[in-house]
Design a protein around this ligand. Structure first.
Ligand SMILES: [Zn+2]
Length: 344
């Protein structure tokens, strides 16, 4: 989304009020289409729920117990397990990578891409290059970091973003991707807000939530060498910083991340011709307390946020039709493989 406009949901009288305040409004999606986009039965069936994800991850682990193990890394506020599949031979190794999805509830495709990656690695564990990786190190995949929000998005409000915390003012939810502990809370703007009812509410303090605590504890114990966290939408490959428009000061790290981002862009484009633009995270908009600022700022881990399909609200925004799950995964697979090859 571009910096000079904002996409929101509003009733007609709210839109009128915005116009009276001097803003220009434009209907991106008409009311009829908007209603039609709400979780259709087919879409609900095609995308994982927290429950079906658990079943599928368990099945993957059981299919190859010598290389795959399902771990509960924490529990959400509503006591749902947060899962990670550890893939690799059980050798002591410092070569570990982490792929995550679904910090934001409505970003359903961000569950499917890491899940399908896990499935691909387990099913292709016998292929020479995959085998080499799994002997050398471990790949961890946690497709739903925010299971409560995700469930709420499936059953109540398709466009729900946050977790399900009841805030001090009675509003619900904070943004898990603003709750990490590096430069947490240093901004108070619409994209990183201290107002509890805002969609980007940062929370009362860093790591106030069990969901972000689970990731914090996992990263602290496994010391990953690289992290990719999937989101949607807008087709971007983002690297730190998010909290400032200054580049990261370490020239070597900056070069590693910008080169890898460009390479991933080429690989993604090579599959179905889609463009995912590499850029510093703050170029999208400023955010303090996001996942990658923390993993890089605290641990120096090369870290990327990949914003998946589609490229725009006009192409559906958060609502991606189920036929696009597979091509979105297909185009992201070689980029993930390259990331593994270079960083593991
Ligand atoms: Zn997101």
């Amino acid at each position: 989304m571009k910096a000079d406009h904002v996409v929101l949901r509003a009733a007609e009288e709210q839109a009128l009020r915005l116009r009276q305040m001097g803003y220009t409004t434009e209907d991106v999606v008409g009311t009829e289409d908007h209603l039609a986009m709400f979780a259709t039965t087919e879409a609900i069936a095609a995308y994982h729920s927290a429950e079906t994800l658990e079943q599928d991850l368990r099945q993957l682990a059981e299919s190859k117990p010598e290389i795959a193990e399902l771990r509960e890394i924490g529990r959400s506020l509503e006591d749902r397990p947060i899962w990670a599949l550890r893939i690799g031979e059980r050798q002591v190794s410092e070569h570990k990578l982490l792929f995550m999805g679904c910090h934001h509830a409505r970003e359903w495709v961000s569950v499917e891409v890491p899940y399908l990656l896990a499935e691909h690695l387990v099913n292709n564990a016998g292929q020479p290059h995959v085998r080499q990786w799994l002997q050398r190190g471990e790949i961890w995949v946690s497709p739903i970091v925010n299971p409560d929000g995700h469930e709420f998005s499936r059953t109540q409000d398709r466009l729900w973003r946050k977790n399900r915390r009841t805030n001090i003012d009675g509003s619900i939810g904070l943004d898990p991707n603003r709750n990490y502990g590096y430069m947490w809370g240093t901004l108070n703007i619409s994209t990183s807000s201290h107002v509890p009812s805002d969609p980007t509410y940062v929370g009362p303090r860093a790591f106030s939530e069990p969901e972000t605590q689970a990731v914090r504890n996992l990263v602290a114990s496994e010391l990953f060498r690289g992290i990719i966290t999937y989101h949607s939408f807008s087709q971007l490959i983002l690297y730190p910083w998010g909290y400032t428009s200054q580049p990261i000061p370490d020239a070597s790290d900056l070069s590693t991340m910008t080169k890898l981002a460009k390479r991933m862009q080429q690989l993604i484009r090579g599959v179905h011709g889609m463009t995912y633009t590499p850029q510093q995270s703050s170029q999208l908009y400023l955010t303090a307390g996001d996942t990658t600022d923390w993993t890089y700022g605290e641990y120096g881990i090369p870290s990327f946020t990949i914003e998946l399909r589609p490229d725009s609200v006009e192409h559906g925004g958060f609502i991606l039709s189920p036929e696009q799950i597979e091509p979105t995964f297909e185009e992201n697979l070689p980029a993930a493989m390259e990331f593994i090859k270079r960083i593991l």
